[in-house]
Design a protein around this ligand. Structure first.
Ligand SMILES: [Zn+2]
Length: 285
């Protein structure tokens, strides 16, 4: 998708057709240019500001201000004009879906990519977060005009700064394996008012298109997530751990709790040749 090229002295949503082209190769340079206005002077330019009442360029998800917005209301989100209005962030398929994963909640989907592959904005919007985070690695969060936010994590390189306007398909950075990540992939989340939504409810991720042009958000949209979260916390709470002491071996722990070494290795993600360190916690159920 190509936008008309123009100067940088544009403001907000009404400037949608006036984006600078961020073409491959020059993206970092173009995105590095200072924006011509200051977000603090122009809150009305910020996508969805009336819904969020905050624009935090440091905290990835601010749960405090936005909780409980859906107690009574149903909100119709306009996702696009056409099913093809979704721009897939990267061409790779889904390697891990939303939901429970190894006893923990996975709030997004993992999309396959190679380190260095371009990562693009799903929809037009404004970059709210571009920073390094211990969990997400290099992470970019874009706020869209319908109030959705999309999250792009584990990037090897970020090419945008908070306050940058991006078009759908605009370059955000390069894929990678930073933060808590094992192998190159893109962790992609969709949130509304800081609450994660299963991207598969809105998007046909396999074909890179929208499932629906309008999505009715209501309490139930988050119920599945809330239920899964409670289940995850229950699972977490019922886990039992052995703290490694001097002289402990996997086979000793195995005998003590009646759990096979192979099972201990599987649930702890270690090898049977792993050296145990004193104080290490080994899960045994
Ligand atoms: Zn993920």
């Amino acid at each position: 998708m190509h936008a008309q090229s123009t100067g940088t002295d544009i403001g907000g949503p009404e400037g949608l057709d006036l984006f600078d082209e961020l073409s491959e190769g020059e993206g970092a340079e173009a995105a590095g240019m200072p924006t011509a206005w200051d977000v603090n002077d122009s809150l009305s330019y910020i996508p969805g500001y009336d819904m969020y009442c905050h624009w935090n360029t440091d905290v990835i998800f601010d749960h405090s201000g936005t909780k409980g917005h859906f107690d009574h209301d149903t909100l119709r989100l306009q996702l696009g004009e056409h099913a093809c209005d979704l721009n897939m962030p990267c061409p790779g398929g889904v390697t891990s879906g939303y939901g429970m994963r190894r006893g923990r909640m996975h709030y997004g989907v993992d999309l396959d990519l190679e380190t260095g592959d371009t990562v693009r904005a799903a929809f037009p919007g404004m970059v709210r977060i571009s920073k390094y985070n211990k969990t997400f690695g290099n992470v970019v969060v874009v706020r869209h005009y319908n109030g959705l936010e999309t999250v792009y994590a584990h990037l090897s390189k970020r090419s945008v700064e908070p306050g940058d306007l991006v078009e759908g398909g605009g370059l955000l950075g390069l894929g990678g394996n930073t933060g808590r990540s094992y192998g190159s992939h893109l962790h992609f989340e969709v949130r509304f008012l800081d609450q994660p939504i299963d991207p598969a409810l809105l998007f046909d991720l396999e074909h890179g298109s929208l499932r629906t042009l309008e999505y009715d958000l209501h309490k139930g949209s988050f119920a599945r997530m809330a239920a899964a979260k409670v289940a995850a916390q229950r699972t977490q709470a019922s886990r039992k751990f052995h703290t490694v002491r001097r002289g402990d071996t996997l086979s000793a722990i195995s005998r003590r709790y009646g759990v096979r070494v192979s099972e201990l290795c599987r649930i702890n993600g270690i090898s049977d040749r792993s050296t145990l360190s004193i104080g290490q916690r080994i899960r045994y159920n």
